[in-house]
Design a protein around this ligand. Structure first.
Ligand code: WTA
Length: 632
């Protein structure tokens, strides 16, 4: 990692001030005061949030902190689905719409809280029939359909630990995740639908479980769009058959606050992904509090987060946070440009969306196709806009604010990670927004920008983004690899290192620059350079490979691979496309390199480590910085 750096910021300091009514109506009316209250009594702050939720037994202690291990709500008992479902079914929200699903062609399925509750209970009973018990791992590899959400909640209902794998991952990536978690059950669907085409999912599962000894059964949802799927009777069970004859009630398993709720894999700087472990109690409190306060969510809101449930954003802000709050959630199996660039705006108009949460890469795509698309639709229902996943550059902020928010809606640019479980930095609704800056640590979080030694950088300077205090939704460990967990807390003394570079403005706002490590954020997805490199090297023609993120105005970064061929193989365009296809099949379409360059040699340190930094500097035509460790 480099030392901290100075930054020169071009342009005026520009703020956008929302209408005062936002502040007057907000759950957090005064950011400054709320933050001070938090600092005065940190555990008391989180305890107050926890009291809004229902517990089978309350905690003996709010926090037990043995650096770097935290236990939140010690000895408390709960079930998160009780808060997501039972709590609402028991009150005025019983017949409130919990979930509206939209398909690409505009098909709709609607679940009230009561209906969702029964569906979750039934599927939970189905899982029990398969012998799934508390603590078992269940892998969910599904398209963005209500059954995916139901499967997650059903696992949580009976205390099984879900590991959702995004449907865009390929055979090897899925196999690796199933094996690492030792999943007993895989839940999948016959196909996923994208841009009018059906893409098989089950066939990928079939291959991925060949070398996965832990898997006992595969549950298959048939979407009945193509031919009915053939099931292999010994191993596969139909989703609906599994639920036949089971009761529509299922008692929630009593979970300890520190029992695991789920594992979610994220890219790391080695070839193997990290299984981030989140637990029941703290995660529930963290996602509940942020959903309510960061989106300022009211009972009348119609909330749409465009993320797939396969990512942390989907876990925290499609499923657990919004349902804990009792929101009406929209789930759309939609892409931004199909059937045309108005698809998102049509959904907003049709469903009267009030809170819209998406990613900068989508915003930049919309910006490029122009105002004529959003202008065709009535977007007046919108109240609050959100962004997540990568830096929202000032141009994209301004376009989003003007063309979508009509100079009216606050934009919450939320910084957080799979590891943090919940949103950590943003500009709270009603506060002045500064384009390019995510904002400040929310009440409940202590963030800072520091140098390598952990010393805060002077305002106006850049360094490493860190979190100084434990927070309830923090990861508890990396599954079966606690050493990788400890690294987060031991890279820079006395704090959690996020792995991002950031700049602290003189006004206290934080601007996120990008990753400081070997992770590429492409179109909001985290991709480890090492994972792509090992996929390339597994091709017979490749001797060595190095992968970098190449800045791209639309996707943030593109993947560029430098490849050394084995003796006997010749560079060719055909080989380039073979290699790209190979990565697609190994990791999945999300990790496909867009450029491949054949090399005779890669820049390396004397100890043999590839210096990707040098490749990147060369690619971008900039100074590579310190190259004293370079081999020659
Ligand atoms: C990046 C997604 C700038 C960052 C929730 C982080 C962001 C990584 C923002 C985590 C933001 C996320 N501004 N960068 N608002 N939000 N990031 O685990 O580099 O998929 O470390 O979690 O995305 O990605 P992850």
């Amino acid at each position: 990692m480099a030392e901290s750096f100075e930054v020169s910021m071009a342009g005026e300091e520009k703020y956008y001030i929302p209408d005062p009514s936002y502040k007057e109506q907000a759950w957090t009316k005064d950011y400054g005061r709320a933050y001070k209250e938090f600092l005065a009594d940190k555990e008391g702050f989180w305890e107050r949030q926890a009291h809004h939720l229902e517990w089978f037994k309350k905690w003996d202690k709010v926090l037990e902190w043995n650096y770097p291990y935290a236990k939140w709500f010690v000895n408390a008992k709960l079930n998160i689905t009780y808060n997501c479902l039972d709590r609402h079914v028991a009150n005025h929200r019983r017949n409130k719409v919990a979930l509206i699903w939209r398909g690409e062609e505009g098909e709709e399925r609607i679940f009230t809280y009561k209906k969702l509750y029964h569906e979750v209970c039934r599927f939970a009973n189905g899982l029990k029939k398969l012998g799934v018990v508390k603590g078992d791992r269940v892998c969910i590899y599904m398209p963005l359909v209500p059954e995916q959400v139901i499967a997650m909640l059903a696992c949580a209902r009976i205390g099984a630990v879900h590991s959702v794998v995004f449907g865009g991952f390929g055979v090897n990536a899925l196999n690796m995740r199933i094996n690492d978690a030792e999943a007993k059950i895989v839940i999948t669907a016959d196909v996923t639908i994208r841009r009018g085409k059906t893409i098989p999912l089950k066939t990928i599962v079939e291959e991925a479980i060949i070398n996965a000894p832990s898997v006992e059964k595969v549950v298959v949802l048939s979407r009945e769009v193509d031919q009915p799927v053939e099931l292999h009777k010994e191993m596969e069970i139909d989703y609906y058959e599994l639920m036949e004859g089971v009761p529509a009630e299922c008692k929630p398993e009593v979970m300890d606050a520190e029992d695991p709720l789920f594992i979610l894999y994220t890219s790391g700087s080695t070839g193997t992904p990290k299984g981030i472990v989140h637990t029941c109690g703290g995660y529930m409190v963290g996602t509940y509090y942020t959903t309510l306060n960061v989106f300022d969510l009211k009972d009348t809101d119609v909330y749409w987060c465009t993320a797939d449930t396969g990512w942390i954003t989907g876990h925290s802000y499609v499923v657990y946070g919004p349902f804990c709050v009792g929101a009406t959630v929209v789930l759309a199996e939609a892409v931004p440009d199909y059937p045309d660039a108005g698809s998102y705006w049509k959904i907003i108009q049709d469903l009267g969306i009030t809170i819209f949460y998406t990613a900068p890469t989508a915003i930049r795509m919309f910006m490029r196709v122009g105002d004529e698309w959003p202008d065709k639709y009535d977007l007046s229902s919108l109240r609050i806009l959100g962004s997540v996943g990568e830096p929202l550059n000032p141009e994209a902020f301004e376009w989003y604010y003007r063309a979508i928010g009509k100079d009216r809606c606050p934009v919450v640019d939320t910084w957080w990670q799979t590891e943090t479980g919940m949103q950590m930095i943003t500009t709270m609704v009603g506060e002045p927004m500064r384009p390019g800056f995510a904002g400040k640590a929310i009440p409940g979080v202590v963030a800072d920008v520091v140098d390598k030694q952990g010393t805060p950088v002077a305002p106006g300077n850049g360094g490493f983004l860190v979190i100084r205090e434990p927070w309830p939704a923090m990861l508890r460990t990396v599954y079966k690899n606690d050493e990788r967990y400890r690294t987060y807390w031991h890279t820079i003394p006395d704090c959690y290192t996020a792995g991002d570079l950031a700049v602290k403005g003189k006004d206290g706002n934080i601007m996120i620059i990008g990753r400081a490590d070997d992770i590429i954020i492409m179109a909001g997805h985290n991709i480890g350079t090492a994972e792509v490199e090992s996929a390339l090297v597994s091709h017979q023609a490749v001797a060595e490979a190095a992968v970098i993120g190449k800045p791209d105005p639309l996707k943030g970064n593109l993947i560029k691979a430098f490849v050394i061929l084995r003796v006997g193989f010749q560079p060719s365009e055909k080989l380039k496309s073979d290699l790209i296809y190979h990565v697609r099949m190994t990791i999945g379409p999300i990790a496909m390199p867009s450029e491949i360059e054949f090399m005779d040699k890669l820049p390396k340190t004397r100890s043999g480590k590839i210096m990707r930094r040098v490749l990147k500097a060369k690619e971008m035509g900039i100074d590579p910085g310190d190259v004293s460790t370079l081999e020659e």
